[in-house]
Design a protein around this ligand. Structure first.
Ligand code: MG
Length: 380
């Protein structure tokens, strides 16, 4: 079974306000479009096609890092954009989901449920919500109540048997416009199975919608705490680099990179809170390109991973463990550098130091060690 998802992200989104089109604006620290891509990925979808406006190619590339994503150029209408996305769906696909980028509250559970509906024999399935308000048809002076029991609000993603959707699109006239894809297959006589919708799948349409959605989506955010430890051996040299600050010393630190144990421990702490392995997995010591590397690069990489995951670093705390050099005189400079790279306030960054009372390898000044904690807010 091959499952493909098409995300329609071609809109210019003027109504939602802001300097960027809404699908590229940050929602809880992550581009709106990236939330849907992450949900499809987490659900195990095989192919994700993002249909974006050709002039937004750079924005779209910057917003997405998934290797599963391919891009298609959008058309003049939603229907034309879906058609462009469908043309790139793998021939082997048996299930196709079509989703609007402006609905970033998508969960992987919803994706799996919809795929299950189609695999269970339904030709089409979509989430829908009942309407709690009274509905009126209001034409000037006359008002008629509509029976809301028979009304539902249809959301996306909408899931289809691939052959059903392809045949329905092949049968419609090229110039005909449809508001969604259920209406395309309905034109071919196929009714969808409607499943329970999700308020978080609300569509960002107006400027205030993003704030409402952030509240809905942040309800299930967690606080994750990661820790990291690192040590480097002293060798010949006349300075050490710790938390991005060069400190004169009668020794240097040995390491493949600049041997900044403070930031290495901090990178591991951030990766730990993200569940992203350790620094060695991201920057293998066997790779010559990291020889002598400035560890700022590693820290910025960890920050970028956090941002891509929609996580926010709340606080970091680094402890340096050594007899010498004395850390105290350089502590504030280390805090400032770390805060600068991570884009945090000084009050959210702690750097402190301790000795081991001359015990052990640190006490004998064979090397220097660091320990770090990072507190992040992120999706579970
Ligand atoms: Mg290290």
């Amino acid at each position: 079974m091959t499952v493909s998802a098409v995300i329609v992200a071609g809109g210019r989104g003027e109504r939602a306000g802001g300097s960027l089109p809404k699908q590229y604006q940050a929602l809880l620290g992550r581009p709106v479009l990236a939330w849907s891509v992450a949900a499809f990925e987490a659900a195990g979808v095989d192919q994700i096609i993002v249909v974006r406006a050709a002039e937004h190619a750079v924005l779209a590339n910057a917003a997405l890092v998934s290797s599963k994503v391919t891009f298609a150029d959008g058309g003049d209408s939603r229907t034309a954009s879906v058609r462009a996305g469908l043309a790139m769906v793998e021939p082997a696909a048996t299930v196709v989901l079509i989703h609007d980028a402006a609905r970033p509250g998508l969960t992987s559970a919803m994706v799996r449920t919809l795929i299950g509906e189609v695999n269970g024999g339904k030709a089409a399935a979509a989430p829908a919500l009942k309407v709690p308000d009274a509905l009126l048809r209001s034409d000037g002076e006359s008002q008629h109540e509509i029976d809301r029991q028979s009304i539902v609000r249809v959301q996306t993603p909408q899931a289809f048997r691939a052959d059903t959707l392809r045949a329905a699109y092949a049968a419609i006239r090229p110039e005909t416009q449809f508001s969604d894809d259920l209406s395309v297959v309905r034109a071919a006589g196929v009714n969808a199975n409607l499943i329970a919708g999700d308020e978080r799948l609300m569509k960002i349409t107006h400027p205030q919608d993003a704030a409402v959605l952030e509240k809905l989506m942040s309800g299930d955010r967690i606080i994750a705490v990661g820790n990291g430890v690192d040590a480097h051996r002293f060798g010949a040299g006349n300075f050490v680099t710790l938390c991005g600050v060069e400190i004169p010393h009668d020794k240097g630190l040995l390491g493949h990179s600049d041997a900044d144990a403070g930031w290495h421990a901090l990178v591991d702490a951030i990766l730990g809170a993200l569940g992203e392995g350790d620094i060695g997995a991201h920057f293998p010591p066997s790779d010559p390109q990291w020889k002598g590397a400035n560890s700022e690069r590693f820290l910025r990489h960890a920050l970028q991973l956090a941002q891509q995951a929609g996580a926010r670093i709340l606080h970091v705390d680094v402890t340096l463990i050594c007899e010498r050099p004395k850390i105290g005189p350089h502590r504030e400079a280390m805090r400032a550098r770390t805060a600068e790279v991570l884009g945090l306030q000084l009050s959210s960054v702690s750097v402190k130091a301790t000795t081991t009372e001359r015990m052990g390898f640190l006490g004998r000044e064979e090397g220097l060690a660091a320990q770090a904690t990072a507190t992040l807010e992120r999706a579970p």
